[in-house]
Design a protein around this ligand. Structure first.
Ligand code: PEP
Ligand code: MN
Length: 347
């Protein structure tokens, strides 16, 4: 792996001086690791769990910063008092968690406490897939004069998480990249996966999407962790993952081959659009027949039969059934819309 991805690693929570020291010393031996993450105040969904050690943990971090001057540390902040304490102990970077970034009141108070900071601020996506809330949180950081603002993609809590702890919904970080291309985006596979066995694959997927870095939860003894036990990996496991990851370039050396294949994609897309256009023309003729015979635009039985037939065809061709279903649902609703429009003209 080359130097490009920023690697941030460390425990979900600081639990004791021993646990922190052992984990950080092991991570200091992995040259790719550029920053240690440590949770010092832990947001808990339900009361009664471990809530972090606060200032005591910051004192230990401060001691480790003396011992390992090349390592940088970052902590989650959720309140102005957290920002002040991180300032007092010279924590190198701050991150804003998923429960805070979606709340404009908290974001406004928190960023106000950071006004004029020179430290990098990293903003996790909000729990829900609301890209505007994520962008708003990033904008608030720029508004208070932050020079370095990064985004962290940690997945979204949606109804169908498809086996992940938080569904990655890659289209959202990709849209963020399109709308704010200057902002580096880090992927947090630990909170997306929720399971240590899935981290390596997810980290590679993030690099395939050209993410700028990874934030991975690492604990010297994951089975004893007080928070996020199932998703933390050991320093040795991290080292193995980093050795197998392949960094992708947006413009690699295959430029000619890619441009040839892309021109093929362009012409297939053109054909697709022409076909969709002719499908809609037929829908319009159908609308004329329906109108002449006083039939409803939406015909549930016919639609069910069409959908089932298309899914069966998908099965035969090897296309994903889910994809074909979504595609035809979209085509059908556009047909209905176009038919309804044509009915209106005649009214
Ligand atoms: C964390 O990083 O430990 C954390 C609480 O993450 P998130 O805000 O993504 O849930
Ligand atoms: Mn965690």
């Amino acid at each position: 792996m080359n130097d490009r991805p920023i690697i941030i690693a460390g425990p979900c929570s600081v639990e004791s001086q021993e646990q922190l020291t052992e984990t950080v010393h092991a991570l200091s031996q992995i040259h790719e690791v550029g920053m240690i993450r440590c949770g010092v105040w832990k947001p808990r969904t339900r009361p009664g769990g471990f809530e972090g050690l606060g200032e005591a943990a910051l004192q230990w971090i401060s001691g480790l910063k003396q011992q390992c001057p090349s390592l940088k540390f970052c902590c989650e902040v959720a309140k102005p008092s957290h920002v002040e304490l991180c300032e007092k102990y010279d924590i190198d970077a701050l991150w804003i968690g998923a429960r805070t970034s979606g709340d404009p009141f908290s974001m406004s108070e928190l960023t106000e406490a950071m006004r004029g900071t020179q430290k990098p601020i990293m903003v996790k996506n909000p729990m829900s897939p609301d890209i505007n809330a994520w962008i708003g949180a990033l904008e608030r950081c720029f508004q208070i004069g932050a020079k370095q603002v990064l985004a962290i993609h940690r997945g979204f809590d949606v109804y169908n998480n498809l086996g992940y702890r938080n569904n990655p919904l890659w289209e959202i970080p990709m849209e963020l990249r399109r709308r704010m291309p200057e902002i580096p985006i880090i992927c947090d596979p630990s909170h997306i996966c929720g399971k240590s066995q899935l981290i390596a694959d997810m980290a590679q997927t993030a690099l395939d999407f050209n993410f700028d870095g990874l934030m991975i939860e690492v604990h010297c003894n994951p089975s004893q962790a007080l928070t996020d036990k199932a998703q933390q990996i050991t320093p040795i496991e991290l080292k193995q993952i980093l050795q197998t990851l392949v960094v992708k370039q947006e413009n690699g050396s295959a430029a000619d081959e890619l441009s040839y294949l892309r021109s093929q994609i362009d012409s297939v897309d053109k054909e697709l659009l022409k076909l969709i256009e002719s499908r809609l023309q037929i829908s319009l003729k159908i609308a004329d027949v329906k109108r002449a015979h006083k039939m409803t635009t939406y015909q549930p039985k016919r639609w069910e039969a069409v959908l089932n037939k298309r899914i069966e065809m998908a099965r035969e061709t090897g296309l994903s059934e889910e994809f074909v279903k979504e595609l035809f649902e979209k085509l059908h609703s556009e047909s209905i819309r176009v038919q309804e429009e044509s009915m209106k003209i005649d009214r």
